[in-house]
Design a protein around this ligand. Sequence first.
Ligand code: ATP
Ligand code: MG
Length: 758
Amino acid sequence: MPYLDDLNPAQRAAVLALDGPVLMLAGAGTGKTKALTSRIVHLLATGKARPNEILAVTFTNKAAREMKERVARMLGQSVEGMPWMGTFHSISVKILRRHAELAGLKSNFTILDTDDQLRLLKQLIVAAGIDEKRWPARMLAGVIDSWKNRAWTPAKVPSSEASAYNNRGTELYEQYQERLRTLNACDFGDLLLHVVTLFQAHPDILAQYQRWLRYILVDEYQDTNVAQYLWLRLLAQGHRNICCVGDDDQSIYGWRGAEVGNILRFEKDFPGAEVVRLEQNYRSTEHILAAASGVIAANAGRLGKTLWTEAQGGEKVRLIGHWDGEEEARWIGDEIEALQRGTRGGQPVGLNDQAILVRASHQMRAFEDRFLTIGLPYRVIGGPRFYERLEIRDAMAYFRLAVSPDDDLAFERVVNTPKRGLGDKAQQDIQRTARVSGMSLLEGARELLAAGGIGGKGAGQLRAFVAGVDRWHAKTLQQGHSHIELAEQILEESGYTAMWQADKTPEAPGRLENLKELVKALEQFENLQGFLEHVALIMENETEDAVEKVSIMTLHAAKGLEFPAVFLPGWEDGLFPSQRSMDESGLKGLEEERRLAYVGITRAEHLCTISFAANRRVYGQWQSQLPSRFIDELPVAHVDVLTPPGLYGGAYGAAAPGGFGGGSRIEDRATKADVYNSPGWRRLQERSSQRPVSQPRESRSPVIDLAAVSSFTEGDRVFHQKFGYGSVAAIEGDKLDIAFDKAGVKKIVARFVVAAHE
Ligand code: ATP
Ligand code: MG
């Protein structure tokens, strides 16, 4: 078996132990995912299991797809369907669609996105007479989410939580769940919660799945939350053939309810589990591994492991300070190009092999701007997603209506987009009619029209809209219809495309492009429903294409991935570790940040570059930054400190003596003090004095800190004196791109708008 020859003895043992529980607990890059994949191959190759008897849970859809491809390659034949390979969410959807009625839903239920969820919560909050400004919907959403992560239905929320959301949390949670049922909808957390509840209430159904899914494999086990854990345990208790792999040092989703304790509980739940430890790292060079190990060693309460690599030597981890975030982006852009051309010595490194991993997504903007300027192709993974753009969401609402005409949230979103002469009153009348007769908004509209309850121009247009939805829905039911043609027809007949064609704002052409792109995306799916499901579930922008691109993503999104060259910018106190983790009284948050640093460094194979800036513009305000405390934890023997660029006179980027891309090696030491004392850093500080900046974060009170941060985030509703209501579409320093309901998109300075109370 060639796939077994590629493994070391410990990995092979984990692959061969097919029956019974196995826990593989090992550090980054030790081949856990590789062993897991080989196990699947072994199950199939030995005929122990058919593809549909293997449940394999990965962290992202992308990881699932890659695993499938790898299995096929290792088997040397294409695998016909591995229906149960995916994320917890995608597998749950499959199960839930089959038994929707037992969860009080229909099988064509809709999966809500965050926007829909917030809109719904807002309605409930307002109806409950609560001041949404003091008690924002986002807060309630967070509370409900955390309960769902613990698998608590409204009835199961313990009384200790009674004070949540100003004592109204439990009550609103219950109402929210009821609303979702009437809407025939689920939010993300529900997907798991419903399945767990269903399994608990219907042992016969659970038994069926336990019979079918004979082998269970789970990657990134350290990041499972309680609901996921219960889900797994229920399914695994049939055959007990469960293999989980993970690394406690890479647990980075505590803030989303993940519990490292699940790893420790494994041996209790599955007595006699075989525990496999892997110690050889195959990914990174010695210096990179040592730097990562040095940082993580500062965490208390680790299970602790030894890691070693045969890849001795190589380049040390590089550390460099910059004047500000823009300069950091410029330097990294130049470095990436130099690596790509191979002009900094060594083999050229393609763009696909380079990645920038940031702590906070607002850091991405500086890189995107710079790369657009110099024409460096990049992809943002898990960033502001294509599917979150206004026009895409509108179009999708139309598609949702076509698939399920009783999708009220979709109806609300588009009934008057484009404008159909339906004022607030008409829309309220539709709502009331629907509520009184307990039917969907579409039916409500139909009834209202029949009763002559809508006057003026609106009546004719609403009638056309209702007829349109009927027509589109009928088409979705036709065998063999082309869903692509249908999508085009919907956008055409609804007047939605025409609306943007008539729009004179500079954004309109881009929006029309995006709509075309959307129709193109449909080609990969069998029908609209499949497509809508996909979009609801994707956790990242996964479009792969032929052009080589450098990847930009958050550290969280980088889990499990590897790149020959990795850039880790923004290592500054307050950014990384985050201000919140530093303000916390305990060390929990800080330790999670440190694990994130460990994840970041261990993504690198050959070259790892850590950087920080002396000044950074955060939400429009300049702030002085201090280098991250994690920099102090880097073992000096494995780090090179580079001189900040642009200090040698002449044009930026001119090669400095003995260096590459503008940086040069000055000392083989890496503590913060060394950085401060280096001539380059002092020069940097001198330059700092030329521009007034606020005090470093540490010496400022948290009150000022809060005030410095603009209170708007993307998607917020705002009000402007002249342009009226709108939503924040993008934030750029202190300027906001606002999509006004009536006036189109405009760039406005943040202090000229206020949060809307609609
Ligand atoms: P992470 O904790 O980051 O998810 P991991 O433990 O899952 O890491 P893998 O991604 O499976 O590690 O493997 C890391 C790299 O090492 C991959 O490029 C993989 O192909 C390689 N590798 C794993 N095992 C071996 C082996 N026995 N021989 C050679 N290369 C290996
Ligand atoms: Mg892995």
